[in-house]
Design a protein around this ligand. Structure first.
Ligand SMILES: [Cu+2]
Length: 510
């Protein structure tokens, strides 16, 4: 259905207050529940899942180095809001339908607190998965100032739990960042961008079958889910009233499968200041930003001297990316900025010429290079199943870097789609991408390059935790494993892929 645009104001998620904070330590409680929330003026309220009664959940803000404890509490009903496919890994009939486990995306944490997909727990911790270790998670927050996000990660139902609403922002701040005098306070706004399909009764639609239904299966996972409309912070095509001054926006693609290519219809530049893992060395002026699921970019948008103007943020990314359908009326528009608030104070914030230091990881320091394929297969129902290095989730662990070791992971994408590849625990840097001959690789197993090596785009030159691996390309990333050892995962962040085998454990060994 067609929903009027720009009729609801952009909600800003509430800030989570700690239960206590003293001496560099803090303790939080976050409860997952089912409730109703209005996603659009003209629709009845939608039954959603969220954290502390809101979706997106409350924004968690910590100081770099703060030792935070979070008690994630599942208070959800026993019946799932959305259709479960009991044939996918980890979601068989031998486990309860409603399972949750929280992962702070991009954070470096001990493995027991990382939200391992089989560390799930049910309401009141009545049942727990085989890798569940503790009720209260601990985060050291060693990371630089950055925009992280937390979301559900339960094996086989992550796509449903996140789509139901289980996602929120997790911001790390630091003194170094404050010194930069970036737009701050009410001028520093997180934007969680998602796609949803809403029925006329307001309820969330998620398909129980692919376009071509699978005979013999009541409910089947779909290859990718693309919603018909765009929400920002949980509202359909909202508007934000702004002052004629600079703003800092933290853009997050929290969609299941849709990529976004974001642009402003005023044609003005956005000044990107941060990638997934925090501030870049210098700001980069960009007219468009492509974000795959889970990627973030922080930008400064300057509305100075634009009194009375309306600026629309648009999306032009095909779905599936990069060769699918172009977005239509419901998905080509993201939100609107209305420059109609009077300037409250003179804008003294700046776009600094230098932001931070990003020391380069050097390929010659890598102890190991791993060659890992992205593969496309059909299962015995004739459904697409995507694999990492031709291995299923349950296969023996093959990626076992040593604590402190620097490695290069060379990702060889033999599929027709782009996949956002995400590693837990570490931030990495993108070395390069290079076209190769897929057909010849599939015959011989030998990579034959058909183009020159391309450096990462200027807006990717910083710390990353998710990288777009384009079809027909080899993408190389470099990282140092630590500071924790233990069991983590790497996966495609298209949630339908991750839920159906495109995820693998890795272990950092001592
Ligand atoms: Cu994928």
């Amino acid at each position: 259905m067609v929903l009027s645009k720009f009729v609801d104001e952009l909600p800003i998620p509430p800030m989570l207050r700690p239960v206590w904070r003293r001496g560099g330590q803090s303790y939080y409680e976050v409860r997952m529940t089912q409730f109703r929330q209005s996603l659009h003026r003209d629709l009845p309220e939608t039954v959603v899942w969220g954290y502390n009664g809101s979706t997106p959940g409350p924004t968690i803000e910590v100081e770099s180095g703060e030792s935070a404890y979070i008690h994630w509490i599942n208070d959800l009903p026993e019946k799932h809001l959305l259709p479960i496919d009991h044939t996918v890994h980890g979601a068989h009939h031998d486990v309860p339908d409603v399972r949750t486990v929280v992962h702070v995306h991009g954070a470096s944490v001990e493995w027991e607190s990382d939200g391992y997909p089989e560390a799930w727990f049910t309401r009141g911790f009545q049942q727990v998965g085989p890798y569940f270790r503790k009720q209260v998670y601990h985060y050291d927050n060693f990371d630089r100032a950055c925009t992280l996000w937390y979301h559900d990660h339960a094996l086989g139902i992550t796509r449903l739990n996140v789509y139901a609403g289980l996602a929120g922002f997790y911001l790390i701040r630091s003194e170094q960042e404050r010194q930069l005098n970036l737009p701050s306070g009410e001028y520093d706004i997180p934007l969680m961008i998602q796609d949803k399909t809403l029925k006329s009764d307001g309820s969330l639609y998620y398909p129980d079958q692919p376009d071509k239904p699978v005979p013999g299966l009541k409910t089947s996972i779909v290859p990718e889910f693309f919603g018909e409309t765009i929400t920002v912070n949980g509202k359909v095509h909202p508007f934000l009233k702004v002052e004629p001054r600079k703003y800092r926006f933290r853009l997050l693609n929290a969609a299941n499968a849709r990529f976004f290519r974001l642009q402003l219809n005023s044609g003005q530049l956005m000044y990107q200041i941060a990638t997934d893992g925090g501030l870049m060395e210098q700001p980069v002026g960009v007219r468009s930003i492509t974000l795959s699921p889970a990627e973030r970019a922080e930008v400064i948008i300057d509305f100075t001297n634009m009194e009375g103007r309306d600026v629309v943020m648009t999306n032009s990314a095909p779905a599936p990316f990069p060769t699918g359908d172009m977005p239509d009326g419901g998905t080509a528009v993201v939100m609107q900025f209305r420059v109609n608030r009077p300037l409250q104070h003179i804008d003294t914030s700046v776009i600094p010429a230098t932001l931070s230091e990003v020391p380069k990881l050097l390929p010659q320091n890598a102890m190991m290079e791993r060659f890992l394929t992205l593969d496309h297969h059909l299962d015995h129902y004739g459904r697409e199943v995507m694999l990492l290095d031709n291995k299923h989730w349950d296969a023996a662990i093959t990626e076992n870097p040593r604590l402190g070791a620097t490695e290069i992971w060379t990702v060889i994408n033999t599929t027709p789609d782009a996949h956002p590849i995400h590693l837990h625990l570490v931030n990495f840097q993108i070395l390069d991408r290079r076209n190769f001959d897929v057909a010849s690789f599939q015959k011989t197993g030998i990579v034959t390059y058909t183009g020159e090596s391309e450096p990462p785009a200027p807006q990717e030159r910083g710390w990353k935790d998710t990288v777009i691996a384009n079809p027909g390309q080899v993408t190389r990333i470099i990282m140092t494993f630590g500071p924790y050892s233990g069991l983590f995962v790497w996966h495609c962040h298209i949630l339908e892929h991750e839920d159906y085998e495109m995820m693998r454990p890795f272990v950092v060994i001592i």
